[in-house]
Design a binder for this molecule. Structure first.
Ligand code: UD1
Ligand code: MG
Length: 476
């Protein structure tokens, strides 16, 4: 981004409006803390401030201010400006009143950018253009033309096209209401001027509020040219007021990500049924079927295929691996790794610490946790491997489990190379099955076995001759 050069030296302070109640969300959670993709709405706005190299952000809180503060403090340092301050607005007397509360935290040498905590899709490039239009001396407004401008502040221009005022919908005449260019809620302004104009606000208007938008008419009265940057990308200025709008912006966010992947050559069966809530890195010729959800950090190698309805979080999947439908992979902190050419699923579950080598096969209803499986090992049906080390080419039978937990501690199971474990076995850890050994189906193994042996540990099969089934007692 070219803007970084200039702005890193600049003195941009971002004010984030986040005091409003969010009544229409009908939620106990503060509106700006609802999630869009990987992070809270407010998190997107702070990330944008970070990308702008803002030297600080001031978050204006009001409703649920404690929750909002705590959430902001818990956000990753890399996703917010180096300094984040808070200003409490109590009660909420309008957008101008809100910014008045932040003013003491803003140094006069800077340019203030006003953003809204509930407008998550604004791009740093757009704000950089706005800051450039402000050029350290002007008030610059981000505006957008809407097919239906009802409810918004209208941009009133004179005959030569210069901005004269923002008139709120409720204060507007029928004539002004015809204007479809509206104020987005985003502006940039030299802080010293902002402070002078804030001091002149009053609440003589239809809503009896202190309107931030009144600073436009003060600028004009002071003989200052007001800049307007018109964007044609409406979602960048769209706010969230209701669950419907949240869902609409979520789809927009996902659609934008999906387009970027497709441009990079990733084949999405349906970009409208793709959800990435984190970071995804894809190699060449990756295919992703419908309804997959990616979270945390996921890396897919070349030619990886992901079947429909998979949920994959914090995992690395090497070249040519195939993840069949309905597979759930969640590496959490420990991660999951899957080797080249591995076949996973359908209906597999890979948990933290599953390290699967090349060409490993994991079939339906198989769960693997904190276990390594070397090249070519297979567990194809209905099995559990926990805290196990599995050698090359092992075949782990249907219905077999490692009993890794004694009720207090976890223990390890070692299954050496070329072992065959029959169906429905219980390997009671700690235990080692020696290389190339065979465990008979239905065995409960409590002692380690030597290499190359067949081990069977179950009741011996007997047949009883002449045995009669019980008969129903006859009534007397
Ligand atoms: C405001 C603008 C309007 C613009 C619209 C764009 C004013 C007077 N009007 O409308 O021109 O078209 O945004 O969406 O500024 N907030 C506070 N404290 C308050 C009031 C609001 O923090 O006392 C916050 C809200 O939480 C929200 C933002 O400011 O994040 C905007 O408030 P909102 O009521 O949504 O906008 P309007 O005042 O309707
Ligand atoms: Mg309002």
């Amino acid at each position: 981004m070219q803007m970084n050069e200039k702005l890193s030296e600049s003195r941009v302070d971002v004010v984030v409006m986040a005091a409003g109640k969010g009544t229409r969300m009908k939620s106990a959670k503060a509106k700006v803390l609802h999630k869009l993709g990987p992070r809270a709405l407010l998190g997107h706005v702070l990330l944008c401030a970070r990308a702008l190299h803002a030297r600080q952000a001031v978050v204006i809180t009001g409703h649920q201010s404690e929750d909002v503060r705590a959430a902001v403090n818990a956000m990753p340092e890399a996703e917010k400006p180096p300094a984040v301050g808070f200003a409490l607005q109590e009660p909420q007397l309008g957008t101008g009143h809100a910014v008045q509360q932040a003013a003491p935290l803003l140094a006069e040498d800077g340019v203030t950018v006003i953003l809204s905590g509930d407008v998550p899709l604004t791009q740093p490039e757009t704000i950089a253009a706005l800051v450039a239009a402000a050029a350290g001396q002007h008030l610059a407004l981000l505006t957008v033309k809407l097919a239906n401008p009802t409810g918004y502040g209208r941009i009133v221009r004179n005959a030569s096209g210069h901005v004269q005022a923002i008139v709120e919908h409720k204060d507007a005449s029928e004539e002004v209401r015809q204007i479809n260019e509206i104020y987005s809620g985003i502006l940039a302004v030299p802080t010293a001027k902002l402070k002078r104009w804030l001091a002149r606000l009053d609440d003589n208007n239809a809503q009896k509020e202190f309107y931030l938008t009144d600073i436009v008419k003060f600028a004009v009265a002071d003989g200052e040219a007001v800049q307007a940057v018109v964007t044609d990308d409406e979602p960048q200025t769209a706010g969230v007021n209701s669950p419907l709008q949240l869902a609409e912006l979520e789809r927009e966010f996902q659609w934008r990500q999906a387009q970027a992947f497709m441009t990079a050559g990733v084949r999405l069966a349906d970009p409208k049924r793709f959800d990435l809530r984190g970071e995804l890195v894809c190699g060449l010729d990756v295919d992703i079927d419908v309804n997959c959800v990616f979270e945390g950090t996921v890396k897919l190698g070349n030619r990886v295929r992901i079947g429909a309805n998979c949920v994959i979080a914090n995992a690395q999947i090497a070249d040519g691996a195939v993840i069949h439908p309905f597979t759930h992979i969640d590496g959490e902190a420990a991660g999951v790794s899957i080797g080249a050419g591995a076949l996973i699923g359908p209906f597999a579950r890979l948990r933290p610490g599953a390290k699967l080598g090349d060409e490993v096969h994991i079939g339906n209803f198989v769960e693997v946790k904190n276990s390594s499986m070397a090249k070519g090992a297979k567990a194809n049906h209905l099995a559990y491997l926990g805290d196990a080390i599995v050698g090359e080419r092992v075949n782990y039978g249907a219905g077999s489990i490692t009993a890794n937990y004694d009720g207090a501690n976890k223990h390890q199971t070692v299954i050496e190379a070329d072992v065959h474990v029959g169906s429905n076995c219980v390997l009671v850890a700690p235990v080692t099955i020696g290389a190339a050994g065979t465990v008979g189906g239905g065995s409960t193994i409590t002692k380690s076995t030597a290499p190359n042996m067949l081990t069977v540990a179950r009741g011996k099969q007997i047949s009883i001759e002449g045995w009669k089934r019980p008969q129903k007692a006859k009534k007397a």
